[in-house]
Design a protein around this ligand. Structure first.
Ligand SMILES: [Zn+2]
Length: 200
């Protein structure tokens, strides 16, 4: 890294250290920084995954967000969350609840296309819809990314119609759902518990 770019970052750092970050605020790029606690990465950019103070570790060229880490996720936990975004290779899910734990959380996680189902899935949008509620398992935690999986019995526990937003119901066909209102069909990777999970 050139001296010029370090001093440029220096100015940014100072500004960032006094800045309160909201979830989703851009902190920098992976070329500039190593993503630390309280961040997530997407398409080479680093964002705040929690609300708090943006801090740059100059020595290690790392960036993190210091705030209340609600409840840190652990590998093996079963979680419930909302589908926020469908990208080409990953489904972004905001985890809202941890099975067996009290209270709600707000933790950004992702399901890689290879972690959606036991069989090959070509496109995440064929198996999830925006706003669907997902039950998944935490499989890997690293700075900047928490991977969850919906392989096996996991998957969508509540799906909403893309057209009219009404609740979808399971059909007899594998991965096939029907809207309870407009009767349009759609596909989902649904959980074994679909329709039986309350209070989420
Ligand atoms: Zn519908």
């Amino acid at each position: 890294m050139s001296k010029k770019s370090i001093s440029k970052h220096g100015r940014k750092e100072h500004k960032m250290e006094n800045d309160m970050k909201q979830i989703g605020d851009l902190l920098g790029t992976i070329e500039e920084f190593v993503p630390g606690k309280g961040t997530y990465t997407e398409d080479g950019k680093i964002y705040a995954s929690i609300m708090g103070k943006g801090v740059v570790d100059r020595e290690n060229h790392a960036v993190r967000v210091e705030g209340r880490m609600p409840a840190e996720l652990e590998v093996g936990q079963v979680v419930f969350g909302d589908v926020l975004k469908l990208n080409k290779n990953v489904v972004s899910v905001i985890v809202k609840r941890i099975q067996g734990a009290e209270g709600n959380v707000d933790i950004r996680t992702g399901i890689y296309v290879s972690n959606i189902a036991d069989e090959y899935v070509e496109k995440p949008e064929s198996m999830f819809g925006l706003g669907d509620i997902v039950k998944a398992k935490v499989i890997k935690i690293q700075p900047g990314m928490i991977d969850i999986s919906t392989k096996g019995d996991f998957g969508v526990v509540k799906a909403f119609c893309r057209y009219c937003r009404h609740r979808m119901e399971k059909s007899a066909e594998k991965n096939m759902m029907v809207c309870s209102n407009c009767e349009r069909k759609d596909t989902r990777k649904f959980s074994k518990d679909y329709g039986n999970v309350e209070n989420i």
